[in-house]
Design a protein around this ligand. Structure first.
Ligand code: 5GP
Ligand code: MG
Ligand code: MG
Length: 199
């Protein structure tokens, strides 16, 4: 793997395809072991989770259902806590075990909206599974039931995650290359990840 350039930024190799594969396999088996005979509804949060969901359900060793919702977070002009619902729930989930599949949990703002969405759905249980988790950035109290890989508070791309539209297609994960004068930029996210980025 080599350093790559997306728009104006350079990214260095961070997590290999093999490591991703291992993490997704581990998560799928953990969920399957915990749920026994229960047939879960996996719900991916678009756009970022599309690659994870595809790999996860192929590795899930038992029957399951799969669907998606689409959220967008707006930063910069609006508060990051203003999460828009672009595609909502379309099926009755009464009494079901729902497992949210998220690409990454950062501040946890998106997770607040996810809990709001399921508040009145009368699900049996709502479990949260995330491939990536930034513990230094997480500011909420919601339990994360399944975490693939904990990462430092730095911007990553690949495996579904984008930088201003690019990088989602990469099969491995890359980390923003930082130099001293870019420290603030990294802490607050790169420009272009603002204004209407889609989760
Ligand atoms: P939250 O802060 O609400 O937990 O994360 C919201 C969304 O921000 C994520 O679903 C993801 O789309 C985006 N995000 C957070 N951290 C990163 C990152 O390191 N890289 C990329 N590409 N997106 C991120
Ligand atoms: Mg994004
Ligand atoms: Mg996401």
């Amino acid at each position: 793997m080599q350093t790559i350039t997306l728009h104006d930024k350079q990214f260095k190799p961070f997590i290999s395809e093999t490591e991703l594969d291992d993490a997704v396999t581990r998560m799928a088996n953990q969920v399957a072991n915990d749920l026994g005979d229960e047939v879960p509804v996996f719900i991916g949060i678009l756009n970022g989770s599309f690659m994870l969901v595809s790999d996860f359900v192929k590795k899930y060793p038992k029957p399951c259902e799969v669907t998606f919702i689409k959220l967008a977070s707006y930063e910069g002009v609006k508060s990051t806590e203003d999460i828009q619902r672009l595609i909502g729930l379309t099926q009755d989930l009464t009494g079901r075990t729902v497992v949210i599949l998220e690409d990454i949990i950062d501040t946890g703002n998106t997770l607040v909206e996810v809990h709001r969405i399921f508040e009145n759905e009368n699900v049996k249980q709502l479990l949260i599974a995330t491939l990536f988790y930034k513990p230094e950035a997480y500011k909420k109290d919601f339990k994360l039931h399944y975490v693939g890989i904990e990462i430092p508070n730095k911007f990553i791309v690949g495996y579904g995650l984008d930088y201003d539209g690019l990088g989602r297609d990469l099969p491995a994960v890359y980390q923003l290359k930082t130099t001293q004068h870019m420290t603030n930029l990294v802490l607050f996210g790169p420009p272009g990840a603002g204004k209407g980025t889609q989760a």
